[in-house]
Design a protein around this ligand. Structure first.
Ligand code: SAH
Ligand code: ZN
Ligand code: ZN
Ligand code: ZN
Ligand code: ZN
Length: 521
């Protein structure tokens, strides 16, 4: 999927792409794929290298096709994980065994424990012997030097560098699976200040390695005031830098802990222990990710947290920051009605387009969704945010209070304009079209839904930005390929993966496929 974080996605940012349909128009589905969340799934799902798969159904002209299938929860591209299985498909023992072997082969070469042991050895070394292989993204011990002698190796790795793994590691760039967009210092510092102003002392970081890192950097060692943090992320490279108490290799689309029960328990412990210290979950999932499975996951964390609370706190909810683009607002609110979207624009270091202010070509569309009352969240005045007393929240500079809507209506940071005919505020670039009977870009074609999304029929994004885009693409391809796959499936399951250890990917391949998460995915 071209995620909004990707350049392709940005080229089709909704302000350019979308036409407006009145909000009541509902979801029009032409054809696409829907994920069926856990309660719809009958039995245990088969596993791919990324843990339990998800059950999908193809939707054609609003009608569900009968045959449902399992596919990878984490990878939105069959190139990254080609798992496919019809729901009613029976597999032979031999195939199941081959799949298990394959799945195991796709796991990181060392266990987290082994990585941690290596880390302790590494910091014992004198500075001159501390090397990091950039090609293999690996801390090297003297015994490894030979294998990496013709790789690009960084020397004299200081403790300060080890404390900033997100700068040492290159950001994964695989747009379809897990592009890593790292917070700018401005956004990261803002989040941390906010968390600490709100009185939180523990942070469960789900897919926010840089925030985790900043929290730990700021820790003075003073147990009373320090904020504790646990990072859950699918990027196992972090196992080299953090112990089992501060990092779990984790898939947020199926709530899968790659290191099994022990890791789940250490996460549970983190959520439930020292319950007097306020805890908040902060997550910044890949934007292409499906919203439903994420909500299932966050609800699991909420439950787990609740189990640890005293009964008199029964109506309390685990505080949560979900960082996601503003055009997912209605989707997120559908699942979390108590949430609201803040006006703060989150921006990223390695995203040229979505940078704050004048440095980027555009304003960032990324916002914070939260169940903390927005009037408690002070946005920085020096960046132009101001408090709207009517709305009881901080809004961005250009977001003006509309007397008719009685709200600060802008979503994208620009000044919106009220359309009397549409009875709502619209983007400044839109004009009211008398044929379509709603506001749209001047150059829209008056054929209605054509301007919206082909897959789900929503008007505020194009097909490539649809939360269902790649899964539908994947499904269509998957179904097409199914026949072909049948014939050579054994070949695939036994041959693939054994050769491409992540430590041996060539530079050229790496450049092309940077961001590959697993050796054989
Ligand atoms: N802005 C954040 C990074 C967000 S990028 C920061 O600076 O800290 C998305 C993050 O989610 C990446 O760290 C990526 O590795 C992680 N991620 C991607 N897919 C994931 C999955 N299925 N499960 C868990 N983490 C995932
Ligand atoms: Zn997978
Ligand atoms: Zn190397
Ligand atoms: Zn208005
Ligand atoms: Zn209008």
């Amino acid at each position: 999927m071209a995620t909004p974080r990707s350049e392709e996605g940005a080229a089709e940012a909704p302000e350019e792409a979308a036409a407006s349909v009145s909000e009541g128009a509902g979801r029009r589905r032409s054809s696409g794929v829907e994920v069926l969340v856990s309660q719809d799934a009958p039995g245990p799902a088969p596993h791919c290298p990324h843990g339990p798969t998800l059950l999908f159904v193809r939707v054609n002209q609003g009608k569900e096709e009968a045959r449902r299938f399992y596919a990878c929860s984490a990878c939105r591209d069959r190139k990254d994980c080609n798992f496919f299985q019809w729901e009613d498909e029976k597999l032979s023992e031999a195939r199941l065994a081959a799949r298990e072997i394959y799945n195991r082969r796709c796991q990181p070469p060392l266990s987290h424990k082994q990585y941690v042991e290596r880390y302790w050895k590494f910091i014992e070394l004198p500075l001159s012997q501390r090397k990091f292989c950039q090609r293999c993204q690996q801390l090297l011990l003297p015994d490894d030097w030979g294998k990496h002698h013709d790789h690009q190796v960084l020397c004299d790795i200081s403790i300060a560098q080890l404390k900033r793994p997100s700068q040492l590691l290159y950001p994964l760039e695989n747009k379809k699976t897990n592009a890593q967009y790292l917070f700018t210092d401005r956004s990261c510092q803002f989040l941390l200040d906010l968390i600490s102003t709100l009185g939180f002392r523990k942070v469960l970081c789900v897919g926010t390695p840089r925030l985790h890192e900043l929290i730990r950097l700021k820790a003075s060692g003073d147990k009373e005031s320090d904020i504790k943090s646990l990072l859950l992320d699918i990027d196992f490279r972090y196992s080299q830098f953090y112990t089992e108490e501060s990092f779990c290799h984790y898939n947020m689309f199926n709530h899968h802990f790659f290191d099994g029960k022990a890791a789940l328990e250490s996460c549970r412990k983190f959520l439930q222990e020292d319950k007097d210290l306020g805890l908040i979950l902060v997550t910044d999932p890949p934007f292409g990710g499906l919203v439903e499975p994420l909500t299932v996951t966050f609800k699991k964390f909420m439950e787990m947290w609740k189990e640890g609370q005293s009964p008199d706190n029964d109506n309390k909810e685990l505080p949560l920051f979900w960082i996601f683009p503003y055009f997912f607002e209605s989707r997120i609110l559908q699942f979390f009605p108590s949430f609201s979207m803040l006006d703060y624009q989150v921006d990223y270091d390695n995203h040229a387009l979505y940078k704050h202010g004048k440095t980027g070509r555009k304003q960032s569309p990324v916002r914070i969704f939260t169940n903390i009352p927005p009037n408690k969240i002070i946005l920085p005045a020096e960046e132009g945010y101001r408090f709207c007393t009517v709305c009881q929240r901080y809004v961005s500079l250009e977001n003006q209070h509309c007397e008719i809507c009685n709200s600060c209506t802008s979503k994208d940071g620009r000044k919106w304009r009220h359309c009397l005919l549409c009875k709502k505020c619209v983007k400044p670039s839109w004009i009211h079209c008398s044929i379509c009977n709603y506001c749209a870009l001047p150059n829209h074609s008056c054929a209605g839904p054509k301007d919206g999304c082909f897959i789900c029929g929503e008007s505020d994004h194009k097909r490539t930005m649809c939360p269902n885009y790649s899964s539908s693409k994947r499904a269509n391809k998957a179904v097409r390929k199914e026949k072909q796959k049948k014939s050579n499936k054994m070949k695939m399951e036994t041959n693939k993966g054994q050769s491409m250890n992540h430590a041996t990917v060539t530079r050229k391949k790496k450049k092309k496929k940077r961001g590959q998460q697993y050796p054989c995915s």
